[in-house]
Design a protein around this ligand. Structure first.
Ligand SMILES: Cc1ncc(COP(=O)(O)O)c(C=O)c1O
Length: 390
């Protein structure tokens, strides 16, 4: 039955996992925070990992370029997104966030500006703060139809020292999946202002309602030439612990600048299990992924319905992609952080909006990549927190 493998999650087994999600909080807390799924991983990934263990195949890995991972990524981009790329332009990294930090270091100097569309996945902000780069904030604005880009404000915020656009699409935490007209308008601005783009497209596979993600670099050759695209199988296939990601460079010039600033040994070696699991995911994991996305979409629909009926103080624009819901809790009338209050009084762990940019202290992010039953428990705990006396 479709979805059965996602419905039948056993909370006791989940709690015995060693991942951060299940260990950051005491055992009486239900975690719905960090972006990983509770689902079992796809069979082709399980097979490749079991095979490696059966053979004690845990020696030094062969060079990433010889594993077929770059070709698997290129074929996938062509088949799924109509984006034709040369596998030799693909570099393998251990994580998308590593790529983000390396790109900030390679394409900007301290004091230079980088555009970020807030609210945003926190490492975008840390990557600028920690390296002395200037945050050029372009806040998404809430319109009746959902979160949108404020293009006028964006253009006005760019000055001569704004060098980089850190694009996150599909967007974490809003769940927006940018449309072609929106991306094209961004592209025009990027060319006009001579910006380099780092496009974090890690959630590319996780889009709903028959949408199709559009890689920014696929819009036009002149945009591709100034774009580094970061991607990974870690979100879509739930293998974040295997630490493997890719960066595609739209031009050799970008790649040379990227490489010049970071020695491969300082970047650290790649784990063979991550290389093989990622390749298996991209080559053979699509049937699993189709089922997972269908289940997530149904969870999204359920969540939106329940929020509307049971949580009048919470506002949420339906995510178009990702498995994250960005909840505006200001209607609850709480003074303190809603995330802290849900944790304290409801024993449910969400992600604090304050970490996603200033002004989002009354927001919290809920991860709905779990079984319907556990999602319902999350909601019950949130209700308990709301009903608890002051
Ligand atoms: C937009 C975005 N980028 C990057 C990451 C993390 O990727 P990695 O673990 O490969 O650094 C996440 C994880 O939630 C994410 O949502």
């Amino acid at each position: 039955m479709a979805g059965a493998q996602f419905d039948g999650l056993d909370i006791k087994i989940l709690r015995s996992r060693k991942s951060e999600k299940w260990h950051a909080y005491p055992a009486d807390v239900l975690p719905a925070w960090v972006a990983e799924m509770d689902f079992p991983v796809a069979q082709p990934i399980q097979d490749v990992l079991s095979r490696a263990l059966d053979l004690s195949d845990l020696g030094y890995p062969i060079a990433a370029g010889r594993t077929g991972i770059r070709e698997a990524f290129a074929d996938r981009m062509e088949e799924r997104f109509g984006w034709s790329i040369n596998p030799r332009r693909v570099e393998v990294l251990s994580e998308v966030v590593q790529g983000l930090y390396l790109a900030v270091g390679a394409f900007t100097e301290p004091g230079d500006g980088a555009i970020v569309q807030t609210a945003i996945y926190p490492p975008f902000l840390h990557g600028l703060e920690e390296t002395g780069r200037r945050l050029v904030e372009n806040r998404l604005v809430r319109k009746p139809g959902g979160w949108e880009i404020n293009f006028e404000a964006l253009e006005n915020s760019i000055d001569a020292r704004t060098k980089l656009f850190l694009l996150c699409n599909p967007h974490n935490p809003s769940g927006r999946v940018l449309s072609r007209p929106e991306l094209e308008r961004l592209g025009e601005l990027v060319l006009k202002k001579d910006l380099i783009v780092v496009a974090d497209e890690i959630h590319a596979d996780l889009v709903f309602d028959s949408r199709r993600h559009i890689p920014f670099a696929s819009l036009a050759p002149e945009l591709e030439a100034r774009t580094v695209t970061l991607n990974s199988a870690s979100k879509s296939f739930n293998i974040a612990g295997l630490r493997c990601a890719v960066a595609h460079f739209g031009s050799t010039g970008l790649r040379e600048r990227f490489d010049a600033r970071s020695s491969r040994h300082l970047r650290g070696g790649l784990g063979m299990l991550g290389l093989y699991a990622t390749t298996a995911a991209w080559r053979e994991g699509q049937p699993w992924l189709d089922e997972a996305v269908g289940y997530l979409e149904a969870n999204r629909n359920y969540l939106m319905g329940e929020l509307k009926n049971r949580f009048p103080g919470i506002r949420c624009e339906a995510p178009e992609g990702t498995y994250l819901a960005w909840l505006d809790c200001s209607g609850l009338g709480w003074e303190e952080s809603p995330t802290a209050r849900f944790l304290e009084r409801g024993k449910v762990a969400l992600s604090d909006g304050a970490n996603f940019g200033s002004g989002f202290e009354q927001f919290t992010r809920l991860n709905f990549a779990t079984s319907r039953e556990i999602l319902e428990q999350v909601l019950v705990r949130m209700e308990t927190a709301i009903q608890a006396p002051d």
